[in-house]
Structure formats: structure tokens, C-alpha cells
Design a protein around this ligand. Sequence first.
Ligand code: OGA
Ligand code: NI
Length: 376
Amino acid sequence: MALVFDSSLLRTEFNIPTQFIWPEEEKAGLDEKELLVPVIDLSGFLSGDPVSASETARFIGEACEKHGFFQVINHQIDSQLISDVHNHLDAFFTMPLSEKQRVQRKPGESSGYASSFTGRFSSKLPWKETLSFPYSSSPHFSNGVKDYFSITMGDGFKQAGEVYQRYCEEMSRLSLKIMELLGLSLGVEKTYFRDFFEGNDSIMRLNYYPPCQKPDLTLGTGPHCDPTSLTILHQDLVNGLQVFVDGNWHSIRPQPEAFVVNIGDTFMALSNGRYKSCLHRAVVNSVKPRKSLAFFLCPDKNKLVSPPNELIDEEHPRKYPDFTWSSLLEFTQKHYRADMKTLDVFSKWLLNEMPNNVPINPPRSAIENDIGLKLG
Ligand code: OGA
Ligand code: NI
């Protein structure tokens, strides 16, 4: 029998397939202490108040120097839109497997439906299903998301495509506003990072974590740092996201009116290492499915990732070489399973300091990914 991750069957299974059992040292702690991430009210800044802007930037800067995680509220994203996305996500993942497989992600592709067993690798598999698709802010792709759904799934998914399209546009807009705050907080021009990401080739991923009868043996998403630039995550009401800070895992309690925002490796490089891209993971539970919406802001593929001059001086020499987002993406897909050292290893690899320039650790299956960008 071919192995498939059929969540309608696996969710009640007490003997979970061994491929999903994680080694002792990586196993989930199900009730870790809560991480007190700042909840940042964007209303003053978004209304154009300069005093609010500098105060907000200061809070964000502190969080980014510590661990790179914060939450935002009063972000002006329509709550109806968010709940529409969750409803379409539910409708998609609760379809029979054969229906979901109509958009099965094929090897070498980065969009579509994926779950663990469709990959090449067979251990430390994450307990989840994902649906990923690209979003580009370029006017040439102004209907890119919508078209993706109607072309691959047919007219029945037209409305879902429209909702996802609108959501991605809103996420792109919000991430550019956050880029202004990051610029302010780092003491560079407010528009510097905003301009850098104005044209972005981003990625949207819907995560669905079915219940698991042995939640302490597995992980929904393994420990990783996002190799992308900025992640804007919306979680439903079910706990699961955890961040590794000061040597311990901490949970981030869901707050439906908030987005969880975190710095990724690419922004860490852009900030010349000032802002942290932090290890995180997701755990599962035995009762309720968990859903999350992840928008990964990424620069235009060929744009050079290089920190602004203001962030380089004698005390702060260059930490990473220049690179393009497409080369880091390829590195995490072909050579390296993203972890907390991705950026350091990638830098060495670029500078030809790796022995023989060979792959450094086994890449995970494209699908298996939890990690990084194997857009699983
Ligand atoms: C991710 C991720 C966490 C979550 O998709 O990169 O870290 O809570 N997800 O789903
Ligand atoms: Ni992540």
C-alpha cells in the first residue's frame, strides 16, 4: 500500500506511523510557558501620527533585537476577510484526499497541496497538510492568485481564489507598513526597506494540522527559522506555535485579532545581523484541527540582499555576503534543511568555504518541509 497522509483516517489512529515519530530530544512539549511577545497597536502609526510611529518602532526594535517575534493589532485588515480565508481553508482541507490531490504539488514545483508522505524522505515527518501558492506584487501578476485557483481547481474555486488574492494583497500592504517601522527602528530612511520590498515575490501558505492521538510523539512543524524576510501569521484559536528563546520553548497564545509577525533570515541579513530570525515550531493536539495562514514576504527574486550603509561601521562589520533571494531559496531547497544556522552555513557556502562545496545536511523532502521554504 502506498503511504498517504489521509488525515480523515490518521486523526483517530493511536498507532501513528513511525515516520512521524520524532527523536526524544526534539519531541514536543505540549504546554510550554507562554512567551510574552509585545502586542503592538498599529492604529496611531497607521493614522500617520509621527509620535506613535517612533514609539511603535522602538517597541518593535526591542523585540527584533531579542528574538524577532511580535504581534500586531489594529492592523486595518478586515476581520471578515480573515474569517473568509479560514472558511475557505476549512472547506479545502476537509475535502476528500482525492479532491485535494487535484492540486498536488509535483516534485520541483513550489505551489500546490502537500503532505508528508508525498515526499521522498521518510523520517521526522510533520503532522500537517499545506496548500502553498506564490504571490507577486508586480502589476503583471495582478490576478496571479485568482488565476492559479481557477486554472488548477476550476470554476468551483473562483471565489476562494478571489479571497486569497485579496488577502495576499492586504498582507503585502501590511508588510510594507511594517517595513517602514523596521526602517525607522534601525535608524535608516523610513522608506528604505519599504522600497526594497515594494516589488515582492512572496509566498502564501495555508497550514492545516489535523488532530493526532499521539501529539507528544510528533510535531506539526519541526524547528526551523524562516529563510524568508518577514512572516505574517494568523493562527486560529487553537494553541500550537512555539518559539525557542533563552534555551527554552515558549508558546505564543493565539489572539484572533492579532497577527504574529517574525523576522526571517533574509531580513536578518538585510539588518546586518541586528535583528534576529528565531527558531520556532508548531505542536499538535489530540482534539482539534489547527489552522494557520502564513504570508512570507520575499524580495524580488533577483534583488541583491545587502544591508544599508547606515548599518555598517567598524563596530558592525558586514556579517553576511551579498546574495539574491533566489540563491538562498535554492540553497534551502536543494542543499540544506533550514535550521537555526541556515544563514551562517549559506554564507560560508557562498564564500566557498565549505569543503568541496557539497550539500551540508540532508535536504528534506520538498513536501515534508516544515521548514523553510520547501513549500510543502
Ligand atoms: C511556518 C510556521 C507555524 C504555525 O509555516 O513557517 O512556522 O503556527 N508555521 O503554523
Ligand atoms: Ni516558520
